[in-house]
Design a binder for this molecule. Structure first.
Ligand SMILES: [Mg+2]
Length: 305
């Protein structure tokens, strides 16, 4: 069966500027077997070319811009398809500006149709200008709903979701969030994967480390989803979610053999279930009161509010 993979990056391929062990072999196996794949990221700051260079420095070679689909490209696709000729006021970085420019979507600081919020630093002056544009009728669009993003194991930074939430609060208008888990992101990514594969793969799988974005989006798009435990989700967190991944893996290294041989295993043979018997196969908090013993974690995507 021809399987195509959509693959999240942070927490799946690398973490804190370090490759996850086995990630380079996994990508190499996909390349060697002609397995179609596309990296899918909510980070709207870099261009696809930037990402190819970054992975090359980390030790994954032979990738080019066509292997990446970012929330910035998705935003430009969305506006180019649903409202060609529109104008935008942008809070964001190079990847977003380049994607909009490529789609011939013009910048407009006077009467834009949309305020587009992406990842990256901003200023009070820019937020003030965006607020004014929204008050004059511009619609609010965010490249992705992430309130915060990991920088390292100890450090996070505010994400586009937090910037959009600032403008939601100041204007009373709700933003529309593209990026994972938005269906338009998955729909366009699948289309791009089919182009790379020269035909629709028989099975499309999303591999990710975040339940709210990678796994939820895949479930809602009717795709298989593989959760890797090399990033932001622990096995014991799974009980908190209604939607569940098709399979759970320690990391993408668990898939390399499968990609090489073309023989798929199922979720119960996933290596991670080997020690699960120790706690009776149950996930999550044992008692409802356990939940209140700790402060609630910050919600990842703004849209879950
Ligand atoms: Mg991730």
């Amino acid at each position: 069966m021809k399987t195509g993979y959509l693959i999240d990056m942070d927490g799946v391929i690398y973490r804190e500027n370090q490759l996850i062990p086995g990630a380079a072999d996994f990508v190499q196996a996909m390349n060697a077997t002609g397995t179609p794949f596309l990296f899918l990221t909510n980070n709207s700051a870099p261009t696809p070319e930037d990402l190819a260079v970054r992975l090359n420095h980390l030790g994954i070679h032979g990738l080019s811009a066509r292997h990446f689909y970012t929330s910035a490209l998705n935003t430009a696709d969305f506006l180019g398809e649903t409202d060609p000729g529109c104008t935008v006021f942008v809070i964001g970085e190079g990847g977003l500006l380049a994607a909009l420019h490529e789609r011939k979507i013009a910048n407009d600081a006077i009467r834009p149709h949309y305020v587009v919020v992406g990842e990256g630093a901003t200023t009070m002056e820019k937020l003030g200008k965006a607020h004014e544009c929204i008050e004059h009728g511009a619609r609010l669009l965010a490249t992705n709903p992430d309130n915060w993003c990991p920088v390292s194991r100890e450090k996070t930074r505010p994400g586009a979701g937090a910037t959009a939430a600032f403008l939601e609060a100041s204007t009373g208008r709700r933003a529309y969030y593209l990026g994972k888990p938005n269906g338009y992101m998955f729909h366009r990514a699948r289309r791009k994967l089919a182009e790379l594969a020269l035909g629709e793969p028989e099975l499309a799988v999303m591999i990710g480390d975040t339940m709210e974005t990678d796994i939820r989006g895949a479930v809602e798009a009717g795709m298989h989803s593989f959760l890797v435990l090399s990033g932001s989700t622990q096995l014991e967190d799974l009980g908190d979610y209604v939607y569940q991944p098709t399979r759970i893996l320690q990391s993408v290294a668990d898939l390399t053999e499968e990609v090489r041989t073309g023989k798929a295993s199922d979720r119960l043979t996933s290596p991670v279930f080997a020690d699960n018997a120790a706690h009776g196969g149950r996930f999550g908090h044992r008692h409802q009161t356990d939940i209140f013993a700790f402060h609630k974690p910050r919600p990842r995507p703004a849209m879950t509010k």
